[in-house]
Structure formats: structure tokens, C-alpha cells
Design a protein around this ligand. Structure first.
Ligand code: HEM
Length: 396
């Protein structure tokens, strides 16, 4: 398949449903391909890992639309000293002490939710694991991290999902109405949240960022405070729910592997790493070259070029993973690229892993009769990969 044909596959609905054949077709042309002057697509594991750590590359936001501008003002799109300053402000909320508190919240909430799924499953009606388990758990974990009241979590979930549309690589140019509306509403919401946390501070992330903003002039501007709080909701809800959903989808099709995990939840770390590799919740990211970048044995990427780094393609690179299209939690392999690498390495990686490590064995143990019930539906997104619905029956 030609390079452009392979790339076009990824921008089609079939490509979004199953992007892995498109990634393989691109990889057949080498670890990096030039689609047009100034635009490259990278599929090789080693090269992606190197480029994510390369100081000659930077992140950039998109100027069009309120949603893109809001994400663009967060740490995800900040470089150098600005990025380090803002990331440092969020650090408090990711301390080991807070990680223990969040693990407690996740354990407790997963236990409540699994009982609810078991209750719904007593009838023969299918239960949607995304609606009734994966999303509520991810939402409750991030809400505990951010300090959002439980009653507002559904509202937050809907807005965060709309906002993800602004991060699609093949969306039509110009503003995205739904994502922009959600951005405006989220901005208003976090402004009110900041006021509440300032009056009643806690151990949550909103309080940590408010403290950083108030402590020292120049530590964190009001706009950065808002943008980062919105980023954290977006980063936290959608990706973690998709990690749990993608893992459940895989295990429902592999009763043999599900049985092993049901019997030994000490295997959860391995299983979660393999779900992250096999079906990454965040499939790609972008970087821009600030100067000409010479890549040994490959050539020179000209200054200002845009590089689309297909993290999920790197996770399936046969040069690094034997038989990469096989889901095998027992493989010995390098870490997946799913949380990125280098300066922007995901701040929530530990929380996301904790959620999935608790959720997967718990559901399998409590609901051993769980089976697929009808067709699962994928969300029509390439960047954020996950199910919109995953119906199961629970065996009465
Ligand atoms: C399975 C779940 C998750 C996945 C796959 C994921 C993936 C990623 C990736 C790939 C990046 C780097 C993007 C880049 O380099 O351009 C990133 C950054 C980030 N993630 Fe996550 N994430 C997940 C969950 C979370 C959670 C739960 C939070 C926090 C609540 C979070 C917060 C962040 C933040 C703040 C950044 C930006 C860090 C920076 O720019 O320095 N993520 N994430």
C-alpha cells in the first residue's frame, strides 16, 4: 500500500475502529515517513521514544477555537522552563501520600460499583460496563484527585468527552462547536471550583494549584490555573475509563487469560501493562522541530516540521515486540509508549494504573459468569481509543 493510502486509512471510520492495519501499512515504509514537506509520521518504537526526549522538538497548541486554545494554555502544550514551572505546581497532588489516599478511594468505589453491576446483572438484561463501571470509576477517581463533588460528576463527564473532539488529528479545520461550547462551560465551572477551594482548601489537585497560584506571583497565572484544571479532567476521565474498557474487552474474548487473573490478582500489573501496549487509550501525540534534526541513517527533518508520533504503532513494532498482534500478558518486553516519555510523561500514570489493576481482577472475581451480550461499540475517535458501550450479561 502507498504511504498516502495507508495514512488515509487512518482518517476513515474503519481506520478509527481498527487503526492497527493502517499503522502496519505505514511501518512497512520505515520507522518514519514523510507525507509531504514539513509533515512526518513516526511508527517505530525506538524512534518515537527518542524523539519524545529530544530537546530539539517542542509541543505546540492550535490557535483555532476556544477548546484548542484552552488545552493550548495547559502544561501539555508548554515548553522548557514554562513547562517545568507549571508541572512543578501540580506535583503536590501526586505525592505518595495522596497516591495512598486515591488508592483508598478507588478500592472503595470499585467495590461499590461492582456490587451495582452485580445487582443490575440479576435480570437477563445486558449491562453496559462503560456506563455502569468504567466511566463512573474513572470519574470518581479523578474527582477525588481534583476535589469535585460527586453530584457534579456526570455533568463533568459529558463536557470532558466533548472536549476530546478538539484533539483529533483529522478533524475539519476551524473551531469545533461542541468542543468549544464544552470548553466555555468547563472554564466557568473550574473558575467557581477555584473559588470554593480557596475558601476551603483540601489535599486535592485544585487546592494544590490554587496554593501555587496564590503563594508566589509568577508561579502560575490565573489562565494557567484554569487551563490545567480543565486539562486534568480531560486527561483523567476519558483515558482511564478507556484503559479499563479496553482491558475488559480483551479479557471477555480470552476466557483462558481471564481465568488466570481471576485466580491470581498478583498478575494484574502484567495484564495492565499489556492492555496499555496492545490497545493504548491515547494513540498518538505531536511534536514540532525547532531546528533541523538529523536522524542517523534516516535523513534530516527540516526545521518547523510537524511529527505525528503514533504511540500505539510503536507499541506494535515487531522490531521490539515479538508477535506484536498477540495479546500476551506474560511477554517480556520494553515498557509501552502509552504514557509518553520525557518531559511530558503522563502525570496521572500511577493513578490510571492503580484504577485498572484494582478494577480488572475485581470484576472477574465478583462476576465470573460475565459474557459479552451483543456488539460493543467503539467511540469514533482516533486519538482517544475506547468503547462507547460494552454490553455484558453477568450470568444471573
Ligand atoms: C490510561 C490512562 C492515561 C493515558 C494512556 C495517558 C496518556 C498520556 C500521554 C501519552 C501523555 C503525554 C502526551 C505528550 O507527550 O504529548 C500524557 C500527559 C499527561 N497526562 Fe495522562 N494519561 C492517562 C491518564 C491520566 C490521568 C488519570 C491523569 C490525571 C488525572 C493524567 C494527566 C496527564 C497530564 C497532566 C499530562 C501532561 C503532562 C505534561 O505535559 O507534563 N493522565 N498522558
Amino acid at each position: 500500500m502507498l504511504i498516502t493510502e495507508a495514512f488515509n486509512v487512518l482518517s476513515s471510520p474503519e481506520g478509527r475502529r481498527d487503526p492497527y492495519p493502517g499503522y502496519a501499512a505505514l511501518r512497512a515504509h520505515g520507522p518514519i515517513v514523510r507525507l509531504r514537506p514539513g509533515f512526518y509520521v513516526v511508527t517505530g518504537y525506538d524512534l518515537i521514544s527518542r524523539l519524545l526526549r529530544d530537546p530539539r522538538l517542542e509541543v505546540r497548541g492550535w490557535p483555532e477555537g476556544a477548546a484548542s486554545r484552552l488545552v493550548g494554555d495547559s502544561m501539555l502544550k508548554a515548553n522548557g522552563a514554562d513547562h517545568a514551572r507549571v508541572r512543578q505546581c501540580a506535583r503536590d497532588a501526586f505525592s505518595p501520600r495522596n497516591a495512598d489516599r486515591l488508592r483508598g478511594v478507588v478500592t472503595e468505589q470499585a467495590a461499590v460499583l461492582v456490587e451495582y453491576v452485580a445487582h443490575l446483572g440479576r435480570s437477563d438484561e445486558p449491562v453496559d460496563l462503560m456506563d455502569e463501571f468504567a466511566y463512573p470509576l474513572a470519574v470518581r477517581a479523578v474527582s477525588a484527585l481534583l476535589g469535585i463533588p460527586v453530584a457534579e460528576q456526570q455533568w463533568f463527564r459529558e463536557r470532558a468527552q466533548e472536549l476530546t473532539g478538539a484533539l483529533e488529528p483529522f478533524r475539519a479545520p476551524g473551531p469545533s462547536t461542541a468542543a468549544d461550547r464544552a470548553a466555555g462551560e468547563l472554564e466557568e465551572y473550574v473558575t467557581a471550583l477555584v473559588r470554593r477551594r480557596r475558601a476551603e482548601p483540601g489535599e486535592d489537585l485544585a487546592s494544590a494549584l490554587v496554593r501555587a497560584h496564590d503563594r508566589e506571583a509568577g508561579a502560575l497565572s490565573a489562565r494557567e490555573l484554569t487551563a490545567n484544571l480543565v486539562l486534568l479532567t480531560l486527561a483523567g476521565f476519558e483515558t482511564s475509563a478507556n484503559l479499563i474498557g479496553n482491558g475488559l474487552g480483551l479479557l471477555l474474548d480470552r476466557p483462558d487469560l481471564a481465568a488466570d487473573l481471576r485466580e491470581d490478582d498478583g498478575l494484574a500489573d502484567r495484564y495492565v501493562e499489556e492492555v496499555l501496549r496492545f490497545d493504548a487509550p491515547l494513540q498518538l501525540t505531536s511534536r514540532w522541530a525547532t531546528e533541523p534534526v538529523v536522524l542517523d541513517g534516516i535523513g534530516t527533518v527540516e526545521a518547523s516540521s510537524h511529527l505525528l508520533l503514533l504511540l500505539a504503532a510503536g507499541n506494535h513494532d515487531p522490531a521490539r515486540f515479538t508477535d506484536p498482534e498477540r495479546f500476551d500478558p506474560f511477554r517480556e518486553s520494553p515498557p509501552p509508549l502509552s504514557f509518553g516519555a520525557g518531559a511530558h510523561y503522563c502525570l496521572g500514570a500511577a493513578l490510571a494504573r492503580t484504577e485498572a489493576r484494582i478494577a480488572l481482577p475485581l470484576l472477574l472475581r465478583r462476576l465470573p459468569g460475565m459474557r459479552r451480550a451483543g456488539e460493543a461499540r467503539r467511540r469514533d475517535r482516533l486519538t482517544f481509543r475506547g468503547f462507547s458501550s460494552l454490553p455484558v450479561t453477568c450470568g444471573g
